[in-house]
Structures are given as C-alpha cells and as structure tokens.
Design a protein around this ligand. Structure first.
Ligand code: SF4
Length: 272
C-alpha cells in the first residue's frame, strides 16, 4: 500500500475547515474568527496586499492598525456585495425581488453613497448571469497546495451551474473598473480541482462602477470580463503564491519597511 506523507500544515488546514463548519459557511464570521485565532494561512488577498505595498501589509496585518473611521468605499463595497448575494439567493430560490434587498448598512439612501448603492442594484438587475442553479454564495474554502505554504484560504463570491459548466464570479466595486489578477483565478481553480472538479469551469469578474446618475453616464456602469488561464500560467501563479508567502514570512521577522508605494491614493497615508 502506498502511503502519502502528511502535509506539514495538515493540522492547520483541519482547524480552519472545522472553523468553516462551525460558522455554517457564514463568510463574514469565518473571516473575523480566523483573524482572531491567528491560525497560519495564506490567501490571494494577502499576497496581493503584500505585493502592492509591504509597508501597508505590515501596518495592517502585522501591527493590526485599523483606519478609523472605516473608509466609505469599503462600507459601500461590502453593502453592494451583500445586496448582490441577496439577489442571487432570491434568484436561486426562484423568487422575484425588489429594492428591499438593498443592504444600506447604515448608509443614508439619500446620500451620494446611497445613490451609488441603488444604482449598483439597478445595474445588477440588468446584468444577472443566467444559470440553471446557484451552487454557492460567498462560499469560504480552505485547501492545501505545496508543502512549503500553509493552507490557502478564500471566499468565492458566487458559484453557478449552467448545464455541465461551473461558473465562478467575483464582484468588484470602485470608481473605475478592476484590473484582473489571474492569481485569484489560479487559486480558485486549484481549490476546485482539490475538491474533485473534473469538468469545465468559467471565471468572470463583474465590475460595478459607482455612478450617481445612470441617465448621465459617459462610460458603462458595469463590465463583465471572462478570464482564461492556461496550465503554464497556473504553475507561474502557484510560484507567485509561494514567493508571496515567503516574503510575508520574512516581513514578520523584520521591521517596518520603508515607504514605497502609490501613496497619494492610499488610505494609510495619514498614519504611515
Ligand atoms: S502611504 Fe505609501 S508607503 Fe504608506 S502604506 Fe500607503 S502606499 Fe504604502
């Protein structure tokens, strides 16, 4: 009988899976509790944040420095994510829905941010991706990859099924459309393969642009971009994930790095 050596981070992966089960798949609770437990893990967003600015990673994830008040774009983005989740939940249950599903999360509906949210909802209504089944909404996951990195963790915004094809969608919000990063897709594909995926899978970025008046826009409020990745690119992205983890590991042993980033639009610029 062939026995496979145990992955060095098997115990951490088991603990994180137990946490996902305990949270009943509630991604917000899971992320919050994972943060508190400090179980070693790596994610696409950690690597992205580290690559964007190691100093910001250090301030935010190592020193635990929070920006107060929480920036409006963050609250608004989360509120639209919740609204989109509500819409696909209703859609999955065969129910129609109205503006009641908009999550304002404390934002006044008469403020500029409130108008952005409502327009995000109206844009969503026109652009929901048809499918046969909603398989997952804000689905947290954990899995093991290379021996030299800890469990990889993430949350998939939306999983749909159309015929035999699995469709993954990530929602992005902002003043402008998101520049895709194939690391996220490589992580999702590796997770699905580790869970036994054998068929076809499509991956889309749905980007919502904040708009105050939909009747007066010069460029679209919404962009859907399908991403395609080949096996060679997946291998390259796995190396990037490993390098990101190693960089973060070194950062934890060292001191606050020098300022070096796109500081003019950084929310940390006043406390950096
Ligand atoms: S202000 Fe500049 S150096 Fe500081 S965290 Fe932001 S991007 Fe990084």
């Amino acid at each position: 009988m062939i026995t496979h050596p145990k992955h060095p981070f098997q115990s951490e992966a088991d603990q994180i899976q137990a946490l996902i089960d305990r949270c009943n798949g509630d991604s917000d609770t899971f992320i919050e509790e994972l943060h508190q437990t400090k179980i070693t893990h790596i994610s696409f967003s950690q690597v992205y944040s580290f690559e964007t600015c190691p100093r910001q990673y250090y301030l935010r994830h190592i020193l635990g420095r929070e920006i107060t008040p929480v920036p409006e774009y963050f609250v608004k983005g989360k509120a639209l994510h919740r609204t989109i989740a509500n819409a696909y939940r209703a859609f999955g249950e065969g129910q129609d829905f109205s503006e009641d599903i908009i999550h304002y999360d404390g934002i006044s509906r008469f403020s500029q941010a409130g108008k952005h949210l409502r327009n995000g909802y109206l844009t969503l209504r026109q652009n929901m991706l048809p499918s046969d089944e909603v398989l997952g909404i804000e689905k947290p996951f954990v899995f093991l990859m290379e021996d030299n990195i800890p469990p990889v963790v993430g949350v998939i915004d939306l999983i749909l099924r159309r015929g035999d094809i699995l469709i993954l969608i990530d929602h992005k919000t902002g003043r402008d459309f998101y520049h895709p990063d194939i690391l996220q897709m490589a992580v999702y594909l590796n997770y699905l393969r580790s869970a036994g995926l054998q068929g076809d899978c499509e991956f889309y970025y749905d980007s919502y642009r904040w708009v105050e008046n939909l009747a007066r826009i010069r460029k679209p409020a919404f962009e859907r971009r399908q991403m395609v990745i080949n096996e060679r690119e997946i291998e390259g992205q796995v190396k990037r994930l490993v390098a990101g983890y190693q960089g973060i590991h070194r950062l934890k042993q060292g001191q606050l790095p020098e300022r070096n980033g796109e500081c003019f639009r950084c929310v940390y610029r006043n406390c950096c």
